[in-house]
Every structure is written in structure tokens, then in C-alpha cells.
Design a protein around this ligand. Structure first.
Ligand SMILES: [Fe+2]
Length: 304
């Protein structure tokens, strides 16, 4: 066995090094700082990521998103500047072009599949609590960011571990239960019609917990926690491992509440009554199924 192989095995053995008790008790309940041992992993270095960008563009073009420019914290994702360069050229110019690159579903790349798959197994083993039975899907993202670039304010459907690999940056995370920061209506719109529904409110910035990320640490971000990121004056690389839950009741309750609110009613937020949540969720099943069927029909028509 080569020295490099042994080194890789050791690196993959560790992954997140945070205490298992903290991982288990805090998972999807609170945001908290974590530590990891992946900083030197060969697959997470810039030269390998250049190759990943080229390979992804050729084989899985939907697996990479990028934009570049002066971005505000409250900028909507559908109002990003026009792209100036190809993805590979953007990677080459990463020091100066103000870019934010997102490699999606990196576990689908054959060279990353085993590494990321074993990582998730280790994380799940640390968390315990029969986590596997609640999971809809696992995935991994890699962010590559130019100096001083901002990642805009948003919430996610996924529960994530953001691991800082290269460079330093600050992530600001808000309390998902603070209804002044994140009103119920914004959550409902997010889960129903608008991925950009949460609105940044600068007057509440002081309520955020700000974590300084550096190689070797990271944060756990529960579902629905608003956050935004400021990169320091350096190129940043971060690995984000995500899990999306089988949370049909939560998602459908938000959808039902969105529908009720458009009728002028003030619906009860999810979590206050499991029976009401269940009824609301059941009421949305045919709606969601019809939407999925229409979406499938539209895609079949496009391809036929
Ligand atoms: Fe996020």
C-alpha cells in the first residue's frame, strides 16, 4: 500500500472530529461549530477542483452553478449578473473575478463517490438516533469563492455540515424560531413558490451568531436557519455535506398554510398541533402529486 493511499485512508477515517454527543444532541436542533480533518484531502485542493470543473461541465453540466460580480447580501438568485467567462476560465481567474462556484451532487462524480459516501456513513454513525430512517437524500456540494465575495441571505431545505477547507470567511446564522427575522409567511412561500422568499433585514443583523471559518473548522446548519456568508480577502474552498429529510408533513403543512393565507386566513404554524398538521399535510397530497405529474408531462413534451 502506498504512502498516499495510507494518508488518504487516515484522512477519510476522521472526517468530522467533533464530539459524538454534541453531534447527536445538536443535530437539526441548533447551529454549532464543528471541527474536521479534511483540510489536506487531495480531492479538495484547487488543482483537483479545476479538473472537477472541466469534467462536470463535459459530463454533467447541470452539476455546476457559478456567477460573478458585485453581489449584495439581499440579492435575489434570479437577478445575478450575466456570466463573463466559462466555468473553467472562471476557476482560472478565481483570485480576481468575484466568482461564487457551486459544484452540486459531487458524489455523482466517480472520483468523489467513495470518499463522500464513506463520509456520510461516518457522520450518520456519529449522530445515531436512527437517522438513516428519516433521510430522503444525501448529497455533497463544494463551494469555491473569490476574495471578498458574498453568498446571499437564504434558508435551505437541507440540514448541512459546512466544512472549511481553504481560506477564511464569516458565516452569519440566525435563529430559525425568531419570527421577526423569519416570519411564518416567508417560510411558507419558500416551501411553496419562491426559493428566495426569506428577506434579509439589516436591522436584525445583530441577532446573528457569526462564526469565523478557517481550515479545519466548520458549522452545522439546521433546516430553515437563515444565513449568509462573507468571504475574507482570500480564495475560499468549502465542502458542504447535506441531508434532506423525509419531512412530507412539514413541507405540506407550509404549503397548506400558504394556500390558507392567500385566502385571507391566519393559519396555525406547524408544530403546534400534530393532528392539524397531519390533516393539512394530507389535504396537500393530491396537489403535490398533480404538480409533479404536470412537471413530468412538461419535461416529456420538451424531450419528445
Ligand atoms: Fe445555505
Amino acid at each position: 500500500m502506498s504512502t498516499q493511499t495510507v494518508l488518504n485512508d487516515l484522512l477519510e477515517e476522521c472526517w468530522i472530529t467533533t464530539d459524538g454527543e454534541k453531534m447527536s444532541s445538536g443535530f437539526d436542533r441548533e447551529h454549532f461549530e464543528i471541527t474536521h480533518s479534511l483540510t489536506e484531502h487531495p480531492l479538495l485542493q484547487i488543482p483537483e477542483l479545476m479538473e472537477l470543473a472541466d469534467r462536470t461541465k463535459k459530463t454533467r453540466p447541470a452539476g455546476i452553478y457559478y456567477d460573478a460580480g458585485n453581489i449584495r447580501v439581499d440579492q435575489r438568485w434570479d437577478q445575478m449578473p450575466e456570466k463573463q467567462f466559462s466555468v473553467v476560465e472562471t476557476m482560472k481567474r478565481i483570485e480576481t473575478c468575484g466568482a461564487w462556484l457551486l459544484f452540486k451532487d459531487v458524489q455523482k462524480d466517480p472520483q468523489y463517490k467513495a470518499f463522500l459516501g464513506s463520509g456520510w456513513e461516518k457522520i450518520k454513525a456519529k449522530i445515531g438516533n436512527n437517522l438513516q430512517t428519516r433521510i430522503l437524500r444525501e448529497d455533497a456540494l463544494i463551494f469555491v469563492t473569490s476574495p471578498k465575495r458574498i453568498a446571499t441571505y437564504h434558508i435551505d431545505r437541507e440540514c448541512s455540515f459546512l466544512l472549511q477547507i481553504k481560506g477564511t470567511k464569516t458565516i452569519h446564522i440566525f435563529d430559525r424560531a425568531d419570527r421577526e427575522v423569519l416570519p411564518e409567511e416567508e417560510i411558507e412561500r419558500f416551501w411553496t413558490v419562491d426559493n428566495n422568499a426569506p428577506v434579509y433585514k439589516p436591522q436584525f443583523q445583530g441577532r446573528a451568531t457569526s462564526y469565523t471559518l478557517r481550515p479545519g473548522n466548520g458549522v452545522h446548519i439546521p433546516v430553515n436557519c437563515p444565513h449568509w456568508v462573507e468571504n475574507d480577502d482570500n480564495v475560499s474552498v468549502s465542502l458542504n455535506v447535506n441531508v434532506q429529510f423525509i419531512d412530507t408533513i412539514r413541507a405540506n403543512t407550509y404549503r397548506a398554510n400558504h394556500a390558507l393565507r392567500t385566502l385571507g386566513l391566519t393559519p396555525r404554524p406547524p408544530g403546534q398541533s400534530p393532528a392539524v398538521d397531519f390533516l393539512k399535510s394530507r389535504s396537500m397530497v393530491p396537489v403535490v402529486a398533480a404538480k409533479a405529474a404536470l412537471h413530468k408531462l412538461a419535461s416529456l413534451r420538451k424531450s419528445s
